[in-house]
Design a protein around this ligand. Structure first.
Ligand code: NAP
Length: 530
């Protein structure tokens, strides 16, 4: 983390509107004028609405600096340029954000479901109205190609729309009583203040997938986005205010992750922690939540098998595996981590898949036609290199790529490895990069055994034209999501989540609401007394 005590850099001027790129809004701190790189001067990087550029945290509806004046720089992973600096917050700011969420809970949870629904619907409309700007922010701070970023905005906004509708459907129950003079009821009530900690790989969607159902149920939230991608979170929070969601319902703090996390965990006012990120951090949060016995939802790392059977439609399998592996340059929790190919189709699949991978254009996500952006940082690149080094030293062969891209920095060539086996690190750990390892198998039983041979259990993919096999294998796999002849299956209307060490709970769909509700049993007794 690079922290600066100097005059805040805040938002670099290239991000401001092309209509008036150097305007200083009263809502914004002074601009730091600096020499821009050719890349960042491009009109493609300018936002239509400069009001979306927020470089402060949001506490109780007020845009706030770190109390000690510290800042974190936010970089564009494609160029290394500093885009902005945001406050490096810690315990004191988090405590205030929790207090504001706690104070607001009373009024927000008492609104009718229909009133909350209207606010959420307005927020959805604003997210969609600003989708070009939000997508640019995502590409600038995260690196994914603009087309994928636009897809993330639609996907992310869809959770707000879906839960605006679900807000009105939080039904309780009436239970037939065992005694004639009693009536038994079940009420569903919001859990209270929610701490939402999110990763960098989907800077918008991982937030809306939590905040949509939380707000719909009547909860208030303290969001902690990744320090690598805070600008999208802040823009979404700005739009939540514009949508009429009352100050204090949505709070955003960022900075020292463990201080913020520890403060959320220790506070008895926070009743729920919802986390998306690595399994290692998820385990720490789960342990930390025990002190105050909070509800916990965890969306953690994966190690997705993608199984291609001899009877697969080759074109469908290549297209599906390509999408499942190379989306966001391989940096998603549901990315195909191991591609298991049956021996009868192995050579044909490897050749067709490699030529498809070869056609992926690598570059700055803002450039037209780019399908593969940079990795998030140099550490991620080095991790990918260490996987390749381990695999090749143990007999894997590089069919395509296998080295840093000539663009330099954090760009890596889309890579296909053959002759990979289950003991190599690349098969056992989450790769999170543009490397597709191909493993060979003989029988369906062997494929299932290998696929399940991991502590993770998030997504799995099967490619086959045999319907009975598709059911048989889906049922046998220990994973929370299974795609049959499809490489991208996430949607707001279906439950998303893992088993084993990939997490607890579900996001999206009607099941996503349950994570933010408490069940209360009410017994009305002695009804026969006057
Ligand atoms: P990460 O390192 O675990 O970070 C996730 C979030 O936790 C960030 O906001 C991070 O803050 C914060 N954090 C780190 N240490 C913390 C602590 N001690 N206490 C509280 N918060 C802490 O994960 P990442 O590298 O950002 O994301 C990649 C991982 O997320 C992969 O494993 C991927 O599979 C997983 N993921 C899972 C899903 C899913 O739905 N299952 C979806 C997307 C990603 P800073 O960034 O500010 O340090």
């Amino acid at each position: 983390m690079s922290i600066s005590r100097m005059l805040p850099l805040r938002i670099s001027n290239f991000l401001f509107s092309s209509h008036n790129p150097l305007s200083i809004s009263t809502h914004h701190p002074p601009l730091f004028l600096r020499k821009m790189s050719m890349d960042t001067q491009s009109s493609a990087a300018r936002l239509i609405d400069s009001g979306l550029l927020r470089s402060q945290g949001l506490i109780g509806g007020k845009w706030t600096d770190a109390y000690d004046g510290k800042f974190i720089k936010v970089h564009n992973p494609a160029t290394g340029d500093v885009i902005a600096s945001v406050p490096c917050m810690g315990r004191r700011e988090t405590t205030d954000a929790i207090s504001s969420a706690y104070d607001t809970f009373n009024s927000w949870s008492k609104l009718t479901a229909s009133e909350r629904s209207k606010c959420l619907r307005k927020w959805y409309d604003l997210l969609i109205a600003h989708k070009e700007d939000l997508a640019k922010l995502i590409t600038l701070e995260q690196g994914k190609p603009l087309k994928e970023a636009l897809g993330e905005v639609s996907y992310g906004a869809s959770f707000i729309e879906f839960y605006a509708e679900e807000a009105k459907r939080v039904y309780g129950d009436i239970i037939p009583s065992t005694l004639a003079d009693r009536r038994l009821f079940v009420l569903k009530q919001p859990v209270g203040v929610v701490g939402a900690i999110t990763p960098w790989n989907f800077p918008l969607a991982m937030i809306t997938r939590k905040v949509g159902p939380a707000l719909a149920c009547g909860c208030t939230v303290v969001i902690k986005p990744s320090e690598l991608t805070p600008l999208t979170a802040l823009a979404a929070a700005e739009l939540s205010l514009q949508a009429g969601i009352p100050p204090g319902v949505v709070n955003v703090v960022m900075g020292n992750a463990s201080d913020i996390g520890d403060t959320l965990l220790a506070s008895p006012q926070v009743r729920k922690i919802t986390f998306t990120g690595s399994t290692a951090v998820g385990k720490k949060l789960m342990a930390g939540a025990s002190g105050t016995v909070k509800k916990v939802s965890l969306e953690l790392g994966g190690n997705a098998p993608c199984i291609v059977f001899d009877d697969a439609d080759l074109d469908v399998a290549v297209k599906g595996a390509l999408a499942a592996k190379f989306r966001n340059s391989g940096q998603t929790c549901v990315c195909a981590n191991r591609i298991l190919v049956q021996e009868g189709i192995y050579e044909k699949f490897a050749n067709a898949f490699s030529s498809a991978v070869q056609s992926l254009q690598v570059g700055n996500g803002l450039a037209e036609g780019v399908a593969q952006g940079p990795l998030i940082n140099v550490a991620a690149l080095q991790k990918v290199e260490s996987f390749i080094q381990d695999a090749t030293s143990k007999g894997a062969k590089i069919m395509l790529g296998g080295k840093r891209h000539s663009l330099g920095r954090t760009f890596y060539e889309p890579t296909v490895l053959t002759d990979v086996d289950s003991d190599m690190r690349i098969s056992r750990e989450e790769v999170f990069g543009p490397v597709a390892p191909l493993l060979r198998f003989k029988t369906e039983e062997e494929a299932i055994r290998n696929a399940k041979d991991t502590n993770a259990g998030l997504a799995a993919y099967i490619f086959t034209t045999n319907m009975s096999r598709s059911w048989r294998v889906s049922e046998a796999l220990e994973f929370g999501l299974v795609g049959i002849n499809e490489g991208i299956i996430s949607t707001e209307v279906a439950p998303f989540g893992g088993v084993k060490q990939s997490g607890l709970g579900r996001e999206g769909s009607k099941y996503g609401m349950d994570e933010y509700l408490e069940i209360k049993y009410v017994c009305l007794g002695n009804m026969n007394s006057p």
